[in-house]
Write a protein that binds this ligand. Structure first.
Ligand code: ACO
Length: 334
């Protein structure tokens, strides 16, 4: 049975750098508070008129294609993860397909909405299609523009300071090489907590999808019970990494690198302590980009790979937790 390997990675971050001090000019916050609670020093914000969710994803995909030495026409299937698509419908997957000039080939584009776990769900979907032999080359993209939907008043400061914009992509390819590629993926969700981290309006079940009141009442902005999310995240991250290791008969000490979804540096640190891993085995770059949701793992994995921290034969674990709640892991022999 073929296995899926990550043939190449790419990423794109918008050029506009926004520091904590920049945010402190717009709301009651401080560089010290943000760094102490989250580790974040800066993030990127998109440029309206230039960046879109789909074209940021396409830029990331082009980098991956170039690194893989592939032409876009070799892609057979697109899996696109975002929580903030360009349009309510259609999803951004078809827009990315068009950006890459693949519409004439009419290849399928699947949009998925599992927020911070989007990239892991995407990898798992691609893995299944490759294992069954249906496709040989699948493009998985996570792309997010958060900044257009954040509340820059003092009321929104707990959420707003955490998030940034960006995109990441991976090309998954079929391989017959024994013991190489994605060894397993584990996906989970618990809808009980759906409203603890959410954007509730506009809403399909309201009498009118969007109203002036929704805007005036700030109902269109993300809501988050930060402490509640934190508590679950520090429990589920290690659990789903251990699930991956146990399935493959391995221990935390076998890992060469963990690349967690970049939610909060304190969450990553807590996970590292539970798994008793040394500092250099858990990769973090939230300091530079904030939380970019579905894009955070591919952006971080790109950076780790560029730094030479992801080498052939290494055992890499990707893990995520986020809104839904959803969580998951992917164990990869590079
Ligand atoms: N700047 C300054 N002060 C702030 C800010 C801010 N940006 N935000 C909140 N505060 C204040 C609060 O009002 C509160 O003030 P009070 O004590 O006078 O009431 C004080 O700081 C402490 O607030 P807490 O919410 O208790 O702070 P906490 O230590 O829990 O940190 C945080 C908040 C960073 C949100 C933390 O709970 C957290 O990281 N939770 C996880 C959130 C997360 O990771 N979400 C995303 C993951 S899922 C996904 O990626 C979709």
């Amino acid at each position: 049975m073929p296995r899926a390997k990550i043939a190449a990675l790419g990423y794109y971050v918008p050029e506009n750098v926004v520091t904590n001090d920049d945010l402190a000019q717009r709301m009651d916050t401080s560089d010290a508070w943000i760094q102490e609670r989250s580790g974040i020093k800066m993030r990127r914000y998109f440029t309206p008129g230039k960046d879109t969710v789909a074209n940021m994803g396409a830029n990331a995909a082009r980098m991956a294609l170039e690194r893989a030495g592939m032409d876009a026409s070799e892609i057979e299937f697109i899996v696109f993860a975002t929580l903030n698509p360009d349009y309510m419908f259609p999803g951004s997957g078809v827009l990315l397909q068009r950006e890459l000039g693949l519409n004439a080939q009419a290849i399928p584009a699947l949009d998925i909405r599992t927020q911070c776990t989007g990239f892991i769900y995407g990898l798992s979907i691609a893995d299944q299609f490759i294992k069954t032999g249906m496709y040989k080359n699948v493009l998985v993209v996570g792309s997010e523009i958060h900044s257009s939907g954040l509340d820059f008043s003092d009321e929104g400061r707990d959420v707003t300071v955490l998030f940034g914009d960006g995109a990441g992509a991976a090309i998954l390819q079929a391989t017959e090489e024994e013991g190489r590629g994605i060894l397993s993926t584990h996906l989970h969700a618990d809808g009980e907590h759906a409203e603890r981290l959410a954007v509730l309006k506009p809403s399909g079940h309201e009498p009118r999808h969007i109203t002036h009141e929704m805007i005036d009442d700030r109902g269109i902005y993300p809501v988050m019970n930060g402490r509640y999310v934190f508590k679950f995240a520090v429990e589920k991250f290690p659990a789903v990494i251990m699930e991956a290791l146990k399935t493959n008969g391995m221990e935390p000490s076998d890992l060469d690198l963990v690349v967690p979804h970049q939610a909060n540096l304190r969450i990553s640190e807590a996970v590292r302590h539970v798994l008793q891993l040394p500092e250099e085995k858990v990769f973090n770059n939230i300091q530079k980009y904030g939380n970019t949701t579905a894009a955070s793992i591919p952006i971080a994995l790109n950076e780790a790979w560029e730094k030479g921290l992801v080498k052939d034969g290494d055992l890499i674990c990707l893990a995520a937790f986020g809104s839904g709640f959803t969580w998951g892991s992917a164990l990869i022999r590079w």
